[in-house]
Design a protein around this ligand. Sequence first.
Ligand SMILES: Nc1ncnc2c1ncn2[C@@H]1O[C@H](COP(=O)(O)OP(=O)(O)OP(=O)(O)O)[C@@H](O)[C@H]1O
Length: 235
Amino acid sequence: MSTTALTLNDVSMIYPDGDSEIKALDSVSMEVAAGEFVAVTGPSGSGKSTLLAVAGLLQQPTRGTIEIGGVDVGSLRAKDRTTVRRDEIGFVFQQSNLIGSLTALEQLQIVAHLRGEKPSDATDRAKEILDRVGLRDAAGRRPHQLSGGQRQRVGIARALMNTPTLLLVDEPTSALDKERGAAILDLLGEVTHERGVATVMVTHDVEHLGSVDRVFGMDDGVLTVHDTDRGLQPA
Ligand SMILES: Nc1ncnc2c1ncn2[C@@H]1O[C@H](COP(=O)(O)OP(=O)(O)OP(=O)(O)O)[C@@H](O)[C@H]1O
């Protein structure tokens, strides 16, 4: 039986805009199971980044509830929400956002260090994860000594370091050529399934969604599901 890792229930995000308002998210409801890889595609300005920001507890929605691992995060105190964000959520960004002075291994170790984890345990896990993303031989290299695809792999490895419930991925292929981009999406699908993490990825890239389990569309803040027979339908 699959466990629901992320639930958004009737979530809206409304920004004031002069005399009117922008509905960046309009009554969005979705459930993502542990071990499921979902993609959200849609035009620029449709609300994709807002969806990630809200699911990642970086912004509070105007309305609606969010559950991560069965916990209603809206009912938590700010300090506890920060702990959920740190321990339960991994983020992968468009650019890998690595720290220039640290080696690949150190980028992962620092995540564990910030949680007060024992260095020896953290190092073993960091090496195992780097190995898994194909970077066993690159553990000692700094970002400028890595290719774009390798940097993105370190970013994915770093996001997995805290064994998250939820992985939120923002346009991971936008800085990569087609082949490297497709390899990154394959890797994301594999680690999602193997590690039982729920992965939500926003992307413009609709060509390489073979490793994705479900595809949602986003249009003017409204989430739609892709039905192969009937096109996009309200989610
Ligand atoms: N902080 C903000 N204040 C006001 N309006 C905002 C804010 N953030 C986003 N918006 C508006 O909300 C809508 C959704 O923006 P969002 O960045 O989520 O879209 P997106 O689909 O991620 O776009 P892109 O693909 O270009 O990154 C847009 O109309 C945007 O202008």
